[in-house]
Design a binder for this molecule. Sequence first.
Ligand SMILES: Nc1ncnc2c1ncn2[C@@H]1O[C@H](COP(=O)(O)OP(=O)(O)OP(=O)(O)O)[C@@H](O)[C@H]1O
Ligand SMILES: [Mg+2]
Length: 408
Amino acid sequence: MIEVTGISKTFGKALAKNKGKDPAADAGRDATSRMGNAVLKDVDLSIADGEFFCLLGPSGCGKTTLLRIIAGLETPDHGAVKVGGRDVTQAPPHKRGCALVFQNYALWPHLTVGENITYGLEVQARPPEEIRGILAASLMTYQLEGLDARYPHELSGGQQQRVALARAMAIGPHAVLMDEPLSNLDAALRKTLRRELLEFHRSAGSTILYVTHDQEEALALSDRIAVMMDGRIVELGKPADLYARPRTLETALFLGDMNVVQGEKVPGFLRKAGMGTAVAEVNAEGQGARAADAAAMCIRPEKVRVHPVARTAGKADDEGQAAGLAAGQSAGKGGGQGNTQGTYGAGAAANALAGTLAFTEFMGTHANLGVDTSAGRILARMGTEEAAALTAGQALGLEFPAEHLLWY
Ligand SMILES: Nc1ncnc2c1ncn2[C@@H]1O[C@H](COP(=O)(O)OP(=O)(O)OP(=O)(O)O)[C@@H](O)[C@H]1O
Ligand SMILES: [Mg+2]
């Protein structure tokens, strides 16, 4: 278990203490932050034993700093760090029970695979017999048999990662801290190693704190994700929950593709600012109290329903196919949309818009559609065969099922 309470860190202000130790660093820091740069602001975290926990946030939000504080490589201004129930706030890195895996693996280039793996054990002055035993077991576990005499530059990226993991695990850590361990690999290898990491976690059952700015990685790997922005944890939860119901607009826009329509409120509807278009019904079921004050509507591209329209939609007097389709869909699902009898784009339709297809992007497993509407460009998703039948400039009807709308 890792517990972090009330951690704050400001760079620059506390400089006087370390001044002179590293003149180059001092110069840079002085120039950037004479007033002090508050990087972590009262951060609390609790990671359970065996949990795969991701710290996710944009570049510069303080992820690495927090990881380094937990590892003991950086000192917090305030707050405490506990590992396995023990307060380690003042303990040196090697007495914290945490192993580190860095972005570039940081294998010792002049040491062989075997020497890299046993390095920590040698530092701890474990008996040679024990070290030999642990090495043999690690080589087997991490499928590195026969490679122990090689040097890091003679290994593939995947093998290097396994050595880094084996080295981290050899000392029997309470937790493994990983800082973007896959970020400088090519896409294919990243995916392979991501799955290896999942299997590693399942079989070893270790507690992992994983830092990344890659939302796909966080969603794929984690038991829980903490979203970090500007030195604070702004949201915490299971991947599926965070994806389906982000608490803030900020998180909604950061985590996965999202359509957002900023609007102005009129009774019962969100209107696109400055336009007569009623984008969606605000008072539909299941949206919670927040919907009443909402000024932005969000919907995931894969939740937007797309209906090809035979003739031009969007005219106020058009009772054509587009509106008919939307009304039929809503009624069919029993979604409680009583007033979908209006027309797309004309001000009366709820949860439906008319648009024209701007582009189709073939993604292999699906196609992304960009649809221009009176509320701006809306992204949607479709099966590739269905999408292949569409042509740019074609009229489309879009439907926003009420149960998938998010309001902020
Ligand atoms: N030693 C330092 N001295 C001064 N400022 C620092 C120091 N280390 C980090 N910072 C600043 O603290 C902020 C957070 O840095 P940090 O490395 O924790 O970000 P990050 O979330 O890991 O970003 P990335 O995703 O780019 O790795 C940044 O603005 C950075 O410039
Ligand atoms: Mg970082």
